[in-house]
Design a protein around this ligand. Sequence first.
Ligand code: RP5
Length: 165
Amino acid sequence: MPKVALIMGSASDAPSLEGCYKTLKRFGIESDVRVMSAHRTPVDTAAYVKSARDNGVELFIAAAGKAAHLAGVIAGHTTLPVIGIPMVSSTMDGLDSLLSVVQMPPGIPVATVAIGGGENAALLAAQILAIKYPEIGEKLVTHRKIMADGVREKNTEIREKFAAL
Ligand code: RP5
C-alpha cells in the first residue's frame, strides 16, 4: 500500500519528477503517482485527498508550476504533511511557483523544497516517515554515510590536483 501520494499538476511536470520517484523507491517507499490539477480537476483532487488517509497514504508530495496552488489546496483538505515542489514551467524560471508554494498563509503549512527539488522532497518524506518506520531511518543513515564518503573522496582528489598545479 503506497505511503506517499506523489501528485503533479500536469503531465508536463512528469519528467522532472522521475528523480523524486526513484529516490522514494530507493528507500523502499511505495508512492501513488497521480496527475491532478487544483484548477482543471478540482473536484477529483479534493476527493482523492480526502480519501487518501483511509487508503494508507501518510504524506503528500505535490509538484506544480506557474500559479502553483496544488500543494496548498491539498494541504487545505488534509492534516497529513504536505511537501511542495515548485516546478519550472514558465518564463520566470520557477520563481512564480516557488512563491506560490512557499508563501502559504498562516494555518495551512506546506513544507517547500527548492525549485525542481524532487530528490530533496523524497528525502524529507523519508525523514518524516522514519519517525514511524525504523527501517527507513537505517537507510537514511547509510545514505548520509555514502554522501559524506563521496565528499571526502572529492576532497582528496581536489587537494591532490591543486597541489600539482
Ligand atoms: C501547472 O501548470 C502544472 O503543474 C504545470 O507545471 C503548469 C503547466 O501545465 P500544462 O499547461 O503544461 O499542462 O498547473
